[in-house]
Design a protein around this ligand. Structure first.
Ligand code: UTP
Length: 294
């Protein structure tokens, strides 16, 4: 039996410079895909996978995320008075139960690895899930749930991957693939933002991880990697010398909502999946007379 994963870490302290000026005063993780903020998709995915403790690593300007995961009595009373029971139920359903969220701050945006290290006291000595909220999926069951199934069998560390165009490997963390099926294969190496010629494969790390707590002492060393940032991929590559890492290559694709094109694509894809929006949205798109071949 492998130690159960009950805590998830959500790093939400990045500056979101690719989305300025939208992210000047508002966190990137509160940008909406249709009518839900990005962070809500990640939290929903974690809850579906059985996560019980939600740790947010926030920064300045991010207190609205804390408010989002709290009751809003004025709003709830108004909805109740207006008889909007369904909207009220939806709001309440989105909330993790009381006492299940924790918030800490990354005082300087020194990189994803540093943000994760900031969660060490809240996570403690147990394996944890790590979800980057700007990467979202439409998969059912969710990607983290699929990874939990692999973890229950394989233990160790688990990383979700998907194929990217070989020309794009230098934008992502890339893994080397060893033996095993898509539902759980051996990872042989990991490298952050490699040049295409140095990439061990075209399998990108797509923002979902299950990691053992030994990562924290490696992150504590504060080694700077690609872009001068403390990179989680570098610490994982060191941990690979002493621990097992498995890859899960899920069906479907990630929407990288940290980039404008990924974000816009996600809005279209998620809107077309919604029964209450699809037909009206398609009508409006037709009126734009888009010729997608040009
Ligand atoms: P990104 O690499 O997308 O960086 O972070 P960013 O700063 O948010 O955005 P750009 O590149 O400036 O547009 C991936 C995830 O890691 C978090 C971000 O909040 C995001 O969820 N992160 C990144 C931190 O929490 N701290 C950091 O120092 C860097």
């Amino acid at each position: 039996m492998h130690k159960r994963v009950r805590t998830a870490v959500f790093p939400v302290a990045g500056l979101g410079t690719r989305f300025l000026p939208a992210t000047k005063a508002m966190p990137k993780e509160m940008l909406t895909v249709v009518d839900r903020p990005l962070i809500q998709y990640a939290v929903d995915e974690a809850r579906e996978a059985g996560i019980e403790h939600f740790v947010f690593v926030t920064g300045r300007n991010k207190s609205v995320i804390e408010d989002h995961f709290d009751r809003q009595f004025e709003l709830e009373t108004t909805l109740e008075l207006r008889g909007k029971t369904q909207a009220l139920e939806e709001l309440r359903k989105d909330l993790p139960s009381a006492g299940r969220t924790s918030f800490t701050r990354q005082q300087e945006p020194l990189g994803l690895g540093h943000a994760v290290w900031c969660a060490r006291e809240l996570v403690g000595d147990q394996p944890f899930a790590l979800l980057l909220p700007d990467m979202i999926f439409k998969n059912k069951p969710g990607v983290l749930k699929q990874m939990m199934e692999a973890y229950e069998v394989l233990g160790g560390n688990v990383i979700a991957v998907e194929e990217v165009n070989p020309a794009e490997v230098s934008s992502y963390g890339i893994v080397g693939r060893g033996e095993g099926p898509d539902s759980g294969f051996a990872i042989t190496t990991m490298v952050e933002k490699p040049k295409p010629a140095d990439a061990p494969s075209n399998l990108m790390i797509s923002g979902r991880y299950i990691i053992q707590p030994e990562i924290f002492s490696l992150l504590a060393e504060g080694v700077r990697g690609a872009g001068g940032e403390i990179q989680i991929t570098d610490a994982m590559q060191t941990l690979l010398k002493s621990q097992k890492f498995s890859g899960v290559k899920y069906e479907g694709r990630v929407f990288d909502c940290g980039s404008k094109i990924g974000f816009l694509t996600a809005n279209v894809a998620f809107a077309l999946d919604r029964d209450d929006i699809r037909d009206g949205f398609l009508e409006e798109l037709k009126k734009l007379k888009i010729d997608i071949n040009h």
